[in-house]
Design a protein. Structure first.
Length: 224
């Protein structure tokens, strides 16, 4: 019987974390997936359900607007955003992930880039009308999450929207009780995406359709 993909990904992550390289495991996992020795647990072969629901409800019109997809992986979420008409940039720290995105979507209009959320291009500061962050912050150790949250918020242009989708955990669950990745986000962490000029306008918590005991956040923010 094949090994649980979550177990494999955690082992790959642990090896990276033990080397004090908290982001290197993404490339190791995507490279292993490319040669068939691992499966990326969150690579669904389609856009995330909560992103699809948001698009259906909000009906965003991306004409003459820009979008950025954080931690794009193999590109399914970015393609949905591009299909709404946005001039879409999507990045991942893993070159193997970006190569997979190009293979999956050979005729894509999306600009796929290798980039590091913790050290992003300066030109992306306040540059995007829509920023989509799904599961990237929670894939980082809890000590790195505040800086990751800050970097995500800095991408949003004046008048722009930020959409965050993440697994949820209770505020009273101690950090050291979480054996990540992922390290699901508390309500306090979700609230920390808001800044004096980036206001939370919606926050929904809902159960996963495959495991009702797993709760997920969908939060939307708007910059003045």
């Amino acid at each position: 019987m094949s090994e649980d993909p979550d177990v494999v990904s955690r082992r790959i992550a642990r090896e990276s974390l033990d080397r004090d390289d908290p982001t290197g495991w993404f490339e190791n996992l995507y490279a292993a997936a490319a040669d068939g020795s691992a499966v990326v647990p969150w690579d669904r072969g389609t856009a995330h359900q909560l992103l699809r629901e948001w698009v259906e409800e909000s009906e965003p019109d991306g004409a003459d607007k820009t979008a950025l997809v954080v931690g794009a992986g193999t590109g399914w979420d970015a393609e949905l955003i591009a299909d709404r008409g946005y001039d879409t940039t999507a990045f991942d720290i893993s070159p193997s992930a970006i190569e997979a995105a190009h293979r999956n979507h050979p005729d894509s209009r999306t600009h796929y880039r290798v980039a590091d959320l913790l050290a992003p291009p300066a030109a992306w500061h306040h540059a995007f009308d829509l920023v989509v962050e799904i599961y990237t912050v929670q894939a980082l150790p809890i000590t790195l999450q505040p800086e990751a949250v800050k970097q995500v918020t800095e991408f949003v242009a004046p008048g722009g929207t930020l959409l965050v989708i993440a697994a949820a955990r209770a505020d009273d669950q101690p950090d050291d009780a979480i054996e990540g990745p992922p390290w699901p986000l508390t309500r306090a962490t979700i609230e920390s995406f808001a800044t004096p000029d980036l206001h939370r306008i919606q926050l929904i918590q809902s159960p996963s359709p495959t495991d009702p005991s797993v709760l997920r956040w969908r939060a939307e923010y708007l910059r003045d």
